[in-house]
Design a protein around this ligand. Structure first.
Ligand code: PMV
Length: 333
């Protein structure tokens, strides 16, 4: 099954004509609390397990996509023209290829992202989620969000969770064509929940998450136990969210992230995103927790940590980590 087959099923030639010249959308970044780590289908980005995330409010990508009279696509990110042979441009162009009705059709993408790129802060997720919604507007597909999440997944797996604010669950699904592998909003809010970004490095990561994921699936002896771990963590996490049990919530999220990194460490060759500063921060978090501050972390494919804590502890957290950027995912904006 190819990506273009999924497009045919979902769009059924709806993308051929448009009277619009552009479409615009915003999508928030999302941080997984129970991670997506491993694909059952590499072409369609179908995951081995379900996953659960929280979106980051106003932190994300604003994208405008336009049809242009030119011989190639144009990509602009944060006011800078991107050369078309860079990794990010290639991924975006490959994604746009799925929606061209002829080879003469070219697009200009103009994106403004307000989080560091390629540093494990989910910049690709919000980019593809904003782009698919901008395309939906440009071509007047009028697809619902569930179907848009299926299309966003074809660009980057975790992008399917960036279609909503709040807690979002991505169902792994079982079907070969991935039509049952979509994300959806969970009906819970947690107004006092805070996510703190500790940016240790905003340099591009040495190995992409898609490559690291595949190497782990193929070579780590610990990967076998990952699906079982996710099954338990997902159930407990949802319970913790529903009952607003913060310690349970934080401890499951932290343990899930550490288990993902443990599976990478046992890949061959080993993958370690941690920098000395990452480890130092972990020790600091554990020390503060032992002293009574309810603070936990999660970490994705990069050296940066995302802290989880409650509004009541903001001042103490700021004192310990003065450089932290605090986001309140459920604060209305
Ligand atoms: O969607 P990708 O290919 O960028 O992979 C994301 C992987 C993690 O960020 C590490 C986990 C997740 O669920 O977001």
């Amino acid at each position: 099954m190819k990506k273009s087959d999924v497009i045919k099923t979902l769009l059924n030639h709806r993308y051929v004509y448009t009277e619009n010249t552009s479409g615009s959308a915003f999508a928030p970044a999302n941080i997984a609390l129970c991670k997506y780590w491993g694909k059952r289908d590499i072409e369609l980005n179908l995951p081995v397990t379900s996953s659960l995330s929280v979106s980051l409010g106003e932190q994300g990508a604003h994208t405008t996509v336009s049809l242009i009279n030119a011989s190639e696509d144009k990509i602009r990110i944060n006011e800078e023209d991107i050369t078309l042979d860079t990794q990010i441009a290639k991924r975006l162009i490959e994604f746009l290829d799925l929606f061209r009705s002829n080879t003469e059709m070219h697009f200009a993408i103009d994106t403004k992202i307000n989080i560091p790129m390629s540093a494990g802060l989910a910049s690709s997720a919000c980019s593809f989620a904003a782009l698919i919604q901008a395309l939906d507007q440009l071509f007047s597909w009028q697809l619902d969000r569930i179907n848009l999440s299926i299309l966003a997944r074809l660009g980057s797996g975790s992008a399917c969770r960036s279609l909503w604010d709040g807690f979002v669950k991505w169902h792994a699904g079982k079907e070969e064509d991935g039509m049952d592998s979509f994300a959806e909003l969970l009906p819970y809010e947690w107004p006092h929940l805070c996510v703190g970004l500790l940016v240790i490095s905003d340099q591009p990561k040495p190995i992409s998450s898609r490559e690291a994921m595949q190497k782990t699936v193929n070579t780590s002896c610990y990967y076998k136990s990952w699906p079982e771990k996710v099954k338990t963590d997902l159930a407990v996490l949802q319970e913790a969210i529903a009952s607003r049990d913060f310690d349970l919530f934080g401890s499951v999220a932290e343990s899930n992230a550490l288990a993902m990194h443990a599976s990478m460490l046992t890949a061959n060759p080993p993958i370690l995103y941690w920098l000395p500063e990452t480890v130092a921060m972990m020790h600091q978090i554990w020390k503060k927790r032992a002293e009574g501050l309810p603070i936990y972390f999660t970490q994705d494919a990069g050296p940066n940590l995302k802290l989880l804590f409650l509004k009541t502890d903001i001042e103490q957290v700021k004192k310990t980590f003065p450089e932290i950027k605090i986001i309140m995912p459920f604060e209305k904006h």
